[in-house]
Design a protein around this ligand. Structure first.
Ligand SMILES: [Zn+2]
Length: 149
């Protein structure tokens, strides 16, 4: 189970709309505890694929280090990655599976004709043969109630 606030889900959707028709990508910073994994911050990355940015994204070793440093700075962990699928469903591709690492959450947002659609999350099996869906729980942060007197 991956916990995401509505605000963070929105920012992932917006990033996918901004880079459309290319894929966006970024890192998910958060906490990973026994009772669940929670995304607290995003770390947007630049899609460095010049050959086919519409259907590929790549995370370079520098991106990886920068994302880990950003997480440490905020006292969070690097818990996963997100990217968009322009005009494709929010299902991981073969390319995604071949380039994924176990343990991390892989969030995919589908963007169809500039409109954000479904958001899904996936975890790679330890033997790396397949992705298993991970349930996303979008939490609506409750605004602090005003004290009435
Ligand atoms: Zn993909």
């Amino acid at each position: 189970m991956l916990v995401l606030t509505e605000d963070l889900a929105d920012r992932i959707r917006k990033h996918g709309v901004e880079t459309y028709p290319n894929e966006c990508c970024g890192a998910l910073l958060g906490t990973d505890r026994e009772d669940g994994r929670e995304v607290r911050e995003l770390f947007p990355l630049v899609n460095r694929r010049n050959d086919s940015p519409r259907s590929r994204f790549s995370i370079t070793p520098d991106d990886f280090r920068a994302a880990e440093a950003a997480a440490r700075e905020r006292r969070l962990e690097l818990v996963g990655w997100y990217h968009s699928h322009p005009d494709h469903p929010a299902l991981p591709s073969e390319y995604d599976r071949e380039h994924a690492w176990p343990w991390y959450s892989y969030v995919i947002v589908s963007v169809a004709e500039r409109e954000p659609k479904q958001i899904t999350s996936w975890r790679l099996a330890d033997d790396r043969t397949r992705f298993a869906p991970e349930e996303i729980s979008v939490s609506h942060r409750v605004a602090p109630t005003q004290a009435t007197r």
